[in-house]
Each structure stands twice: as C-alpha cells, then as structure tokens.
Design a protein around this ligand. Sequence first.
Ligand code: ADP
Ligand code: MG
Ligand code: ZN
Length: 498
Amino acid sequence: MNSVHSTDSGQFESVIGLEVHSQLLTKTKMFCTCPNIFGIEPNSAVCPVCLGLPGALPVINFEGIKLAVKAALALNIDINKRSVFVRKNYFYPDLPKGYQISQYLEPVSSGGYLDIKVEGVEKRVEINRLHIEEDAGKLIHVENESYVDLNRAGTPLIEIVSEPNINSSGEAVAYLKELRNILVYLGVSDGNMEEGSFRCDANVSVRKKGDPGLGTRTEVKNVNSFKFVEKAINYEIERQIDVILDGGKVIQETRLYDSKEDLTRPMRGKEEAHDYRYFEEPDLPPLILTDKFISEIKGSITELPTAKRERYATEYLLTEYDGGVLTQDKEIALYFEDLIEINEGRVEIKKIANWVINDLLSELKTRDKMKVRKERVIDLVKIENFLGLILEVETGNINKNTGKTVLAEMLLSGKKAGEIIKEKNLAQVSDEKGIGDIINHVLEENPKELTDLISGKDKLFGFFVGAVMKKTKGKANPKKVNEILKRSIAEKIKGCRE
Ligand code: ADP
Ligand code: MG
Ligand code: ZN
C-alpha cells in the first residue's frame, strides 16, 4: 500500500502478539490411539473417539503431555502442576464432535519468555502461556466440491501465546524462527510449515508512540511461511496507520492474508466472533503433574541453539555469525559437530565451518529448490566422506575449485571424494615435470604471444597462465604454474640475449 501520509506515519508504533500452533511428534493422537501421521489416505486414521461418535471416551496421551512440558521448560514457561481440559464449542464441518478439547483458564504452563536478537539488538519476548489442545480435521476444496479428511482430527497441538510486546515484523519473524528452531531441537515438532505442523496467527495493532494503552487489533490467520508473516504484518501496520490518519477507526476483526495480491482481507468481524462456551471436559480429570515427572523431563532436554552458539564461540573460537548459521538447523549443527569429532584436530575448525557454511549449505539450498529433502542429501554425503573431501583439498591433492565440483558430484552419487577424483581424473597436477611439459607445449603453440611477452608485454603472462589452466582442465596447482612459467620466460629472455 502506498501511504500518502508517509511523513506522519513515523509517529506510530506497531504492537504484535503471536499465537503459534505446533503439532507434536507423538506416535498417536492426543486422546485416542489412532496414528498421528501426515499424508496418508484420507479418513484412514480415525476411530470412534476422534470421529466423536456417541459414547466414545477420550484418554490422555502421556507422550503428548511430555512433549508439551518439555517445550514449556525450554521456553522458560512455568509448569502448572494442575491444569484442566475444557471443551471449546463451535460448529465446523471438519469438527465432528462440535468442540475441540483444549485448555483455557488453567493451562499446563504460563508466564515465560524467549530471547531473540534482531540486527544485533537483544530483546526478550514475553510469553503468556503454552497449552495443550487437539487439532481439527481438514477440508479440501476441489472446484465446486468440498471433501472432509478427519485424519488430523484429534492430533496433538501446543498453542504458544506471546504477550503483545513484539514491535516489528522483523522481531516477529526472529521470534518465530527461534521458537521453531527450539521445538525442532527438542524433537517436539518437525516444524514443517508447508504441512501446517507449525503455523501462526498474527495479532497486529498500532498506537501513537508513547501511548500507554493498546490500539485495536486485527488478527491475521494461519500464515504459513516466515516471508508471508513478515509481509502480512507490514501490510496490516500500514493499512491501520492509513485508516487512523484518514480519521477512521481500526475495527477488531479476523483477516486473511492473500499472498498473490500481498494484502489482507476481512474474514469475520467481532460481531461474528465465536462465543466458545468453554466448560470443563467432563470425560477427563484435571491433569496433575508431579515434581519428579517435571524434573525428569527437564533432565532430558539436550543442548539448545543458544547454548550451542555460546559453546561454538568459546570452544571452537568461531564468530557469532558462524555460530548463528551453523545452529539454525539442528541436523546441520550435529553434522558439523560430528565432523569436528572425527577430524581429530587435523583441519582447523574454522576451515571446516567454512566448508559447511559456504559449500554444503549452498549446495543444500540448490537441492532444496529441486525439491530434494535435506535429510536425503545429508544421508548421501556421509560425514567421513565430507571430511575426506576437505582433506583432499587441504593436502593439495585437488584445489578448492575442483573441491566444489567434487562436492556437487558427491551429492548426486554419494561416492567418496577419492573415487570421484580418480574416475574423473581430477587430481591436481603439482609435479614440476608435468607442469613444465604442459607449459612448454603452450609456449610452442603461441609463438606470437611469446615474442610479445619477451619483448615486454607483461600483460601476456596472465594469458599463458590461463592457457595452462585450460589445458589441465583447471587441475594444475596455480601457484606452481606461476612459479614455473616465470622461470621458463626468464630463461627464454636470457636465451635471446645470449
Ligand atoms: P483471543 O484468544 O481472542 O485471540 P487473547 O487475549 O488470547 O485473545 O490474545 C491473543 C493474542 O493477541 C495474544 O498473542 C496477545 O498478545 C495478542 N494481543 C492482544 N491484544 C493485542 C493488541 N492490542 N495488539 C496486538 N496484539 C494483541
Ligand atoms: Mg486469537
Ligand atoms: Zn482416533
């Protein structure tokens, strides 16, 4: 939106609160024993409980409770030893029971925070609560027909609600990325946004800078990528500022983000807002957690990204930037750590970090565009094979550029660097005689350039280096080529004078 009031808009600040829903990685659903899997035949993972048939009774899945408590502890949220399940009542075709089992006034955990960093500035985002609930089914619309798939009905979710103390789309995205990363590190969620296992509603309002109160908010529903969250929030901020500067009032409503048009549209207003008629779930007792249970889960939490970043700085002496990139993805971090371990000090850690950051990650990005899953790629380039490649370059058997070619080939075939180098005859030519012979050839093939070089056209030196590299298909050790070529030319000049 192109604001005509851009000079006035500086007097506003934005306030954002995020509600995140994340699927839990349990084997079975939250209140029945149906499998919790994505992408199988519609309505093949259902039973009387998740279909809401009369008389069926829910049973709490303790695996789900464990994962929720684990997430809460990692997010510094206080565990409530007593919490209560409630029915959140509403009608929707993907909700056969007519209610979702959720938590409301007494959630499993409340009051916490997550520290984020945006452009070098630290910020603490307060978290209001984390509670457990079940997901609804899914509607699939095909042309003029709609289908209901209830495989997702009853799958476990946690909802994490932030306080409204996020102040820009950048902070919102940093918070979401960090949150997602932590849940994936914990093994609580697969964090897959495309499949909807990590999704977010963004509440946005604006107010005059310095105003103590909050402005009226709108809620943008279910945005399914970081980029779209950022765009949807930015659009809402500008839209609301424009409304106010035009003398209007922001109305509280739910809006949907349209990524094609890059704008948000009203979905339902406050008048149509649901009154969920929450009441205690009569078929489930309150959830009581013991200190022992909580401390056992606390003990099972492995190293989280923040701790890893600190350790990479102190133990591996890496920069904050390197640590940040390496820990953005749990599997990459573990891959890197395994490399360090089997390296046993042979190659400098910084060099290994560079290989992972500059080469492996960029290759992964390329494959990702080709829709090849990261897990498959990492599987293909075994840790010992990747270190093998680094060692081939370090020992001078191949040069760095050839190393990149070899890596690309490794990602396709899964072969070892040594095999590829042999098969494709890529080993660097470093022996004096070999390079000397090629240089002599090249000099003979270009008599005119040689005469010019001898008579003082120094620029032609580069021409000969290039010709030698070309002849060796880039395999010659460039340092050696320079050395020997200089020597040969000097001899020729001497020969001319004599
Ligand atoms: P609801 O359940 O109706 O969505 P909540 O009170 O649980 O309402 O708030 C949901 C989210 O909205 C929270 O993340 C909260 O921080 C955020 N929020 C509340 N008021 C505002 C506001 N004025 N501006 C921005 N975000 C807000
Ligand atoms: Mg809400
Ligand atoms: Zn079921």
